[in-house]
Design a protein around this ligand. Structure first.
Ligand SMILES: [Zn+2]
Length: 313
């Protein structure tokens, strides 16, 4: 984990993307302090707060949650008394994921566990979800919110439903910085929950149109506008590849086996392709953007896809 200055009075706390849940956060150290996203568990969020103390020794008075996934908001309780700002859909779906359930998964990889459970437990092993009390937003926005922090302008813009229904990006126009939340996964394969390809692509276009100097992705390293442009190309590619395979009646897993991830094979966890093909299938079937996702089936297919790729190479 490291702290980087990304503009005047603006910092990013970056975690190397080694897989599930290694997200990024931001701090504006003016006007009471504003933190963009907390981390997935209390130990990682405590470490983030220690880094921020180097440039802002007081507790931040405001926290923005870019969306509802635990890796962006399960550390909220460590900002006691702070105003927590998020989109209304983030607030409504805040309890969708449960820390106790995640802790049970983390601990389920022992003797007798099947290989899929072992892989999952292993991926979660460096987190500790104990002690987390879901701390939902206290201020809900519907569209945009402009805040001024002692002269620093901060704009929150709702761009969902893309990665989730309540996706918000945070723009600092004078510094030329955008915190994207999980609208942007940089050099790692995106996962989406409730949302559509069209809205996600439009959200990436919105980031590019803001013409930022520095883009802080939800996961992965800092970048410029090449980040959102490359991810847009990935989403368009996967959607286009999925269509004929859907029409041939292939299952999501079989379709994934036929798609050449080519230039994207080096992104972290390329087998998350399953999430994106499943989304394409959902749209091709005409299902609603927020129809339930069968997580067990998706993670099982990801495991099987990884096995299929490794037996080919
Ligand atoms: Zn995330």
């Amino acid at each position: 984990m490291e702290l980087q200055e990304v503009g005047r009075d603006v910092y990013a706390c970056l975690q190397e993307d080694t897989g599930l849940g290694k997200s990024n956060s931001g701090l504006i150290n003016r006007g009471g302090g504003l933190v963009v996203d907390t981390f997935w568990d209390l130990p990682h969020t405590r470490e983030m707060i220690k880094h921020y103390a180097d440039v802002w020794p007081k507790p931040a008075e405001r926290v923005v949650n870019t969306h509802r996934n635990g890796d962006h908001c399960w550390g909220n309780q460590l900002f006691a008394g702070a105003e927590i700002i998020a989109h209304r859909a983030c607030g409504e779906m805040f309890a969708t994921e449960k820390p106790e359930a995640m802790q049970a998964l983390r601990n389920a990889g022992g003797a007798g566990a099947d290989s899929i459970m072992k892989v999952f437990a292993d991926a979660l092993s460096e987190f500790d979800f104990s002690g987390i009390e879901l701390t939902p937003p206290t201020t809900l926005i519907d569209d945009t919110l402009d805040i001024e922090l002692d002269g620093v302008k901060v704009s929150l813009i709702h761009v969902g439903p893309a990665h989730t229904a309540g996706d918000v990006i945070v723009h600092l126009p004078e510094q030329g910085v955008v915190f994207t939340g999980d609208i942007l996964f940089r050099l790692c394969t995106p996962i989406g929950w409730e949302g559509t390809f069209d809205t996600w692509i439009a959200a990436l276009d919105t980031i590019v149109a803001l013409d930022p100097k520095v883009v802080v992705p939800g996961h992965g390293p800092l970048c410029g506008v090449e980040g959102p442009n490359e991810m847009k190309a990935y989403l368009e590619y996967v959607r286009a590849e999925s269509k004929p395979l859907f029409e041939q009646g292939l299952s999501v897993l079989d379709a994934c086996k036929k798609i050449d991830v080519g230039p994207y094979a080096g992104w972290t966890e390329p087998e998350r392709l399953v999430f994106n093909v499943a989304r394409a299938y959902r749209e091709l079937r005409g299902d609603p953007f927020d129809s339930p996702i069968d997580i067990t089936e998706i993670f099982t297919s990801m495991f099987q896809l990884r096995e299929a790729w490794s037996s080919k190479s």
